[in-house]
Design a protein around this ligand. Structure first.
Ligand code: HEC
Length: 106
């Protein structure tokens, strides 16, 4: 009985976790790829950026919805957070490219 309760709690947390991941790092759409290509960014770059955002930007806090900031604000935030996340310069640019494409196609 006790064990079953714990399992339910785990499941609820798991679902909540997926929902917040979706909100903070939306899936890459064809529209996002198209808008990224106009700035010379590829699908592969967006995929790396999304993965890095989900892995490296969630160790201290949850991801905020993409719509909370403008493209320029996201760029500044990622630059600001890059040191704390131990990001290399190209990794920072991949996250910026992904967030810019996601924000422009909201
Ligand atoms: C080492 C911990 C840590 C990591 C890793 C980290 N953050 Fe933060 N983040 C913080 C703290 C602490 C704040 C609270 C405001 C502050 O101190 O600047 C914050 C605030 C924010 C905010 C709120 C706006 C603001 O500037 O205050 C956003 C958005 C954000 N982080 C996004 C990110 C992104 C994107 C990444 C990955 C590139 C990231 N964070 C990685 C610690 C972290």
């Amino acid at each position: 009985m006790h064990k079953a309760k714990l399992t339910w709690a785990g499941l609820v947390l798991f679902i909540a976790g997926c929902a917040s991941f979706q909100a903070g790092a939306p899936a890459i759409t064809p529209a996002m790829v198209k808008v990224a290509q106009t700035s010379g960014d590829s699908l592969e770059k967006l995929e790396r950026g999304r993965r890095l955002l989900a892995m490296r930007c969630t160790t201290c806090h949850a991801l905020e919805p993409v719509g909370n900031y403008t493209v320029q604000e996201w760029s500044d935030i990622v630059e600001d957070m890059a040191d704390r996340s131990g990001l290399k310069n190209d990794e920072q640019q991949e996250i910026q490219a992904y967030l810019a494409a996601a924000r422009k196609t909201l």
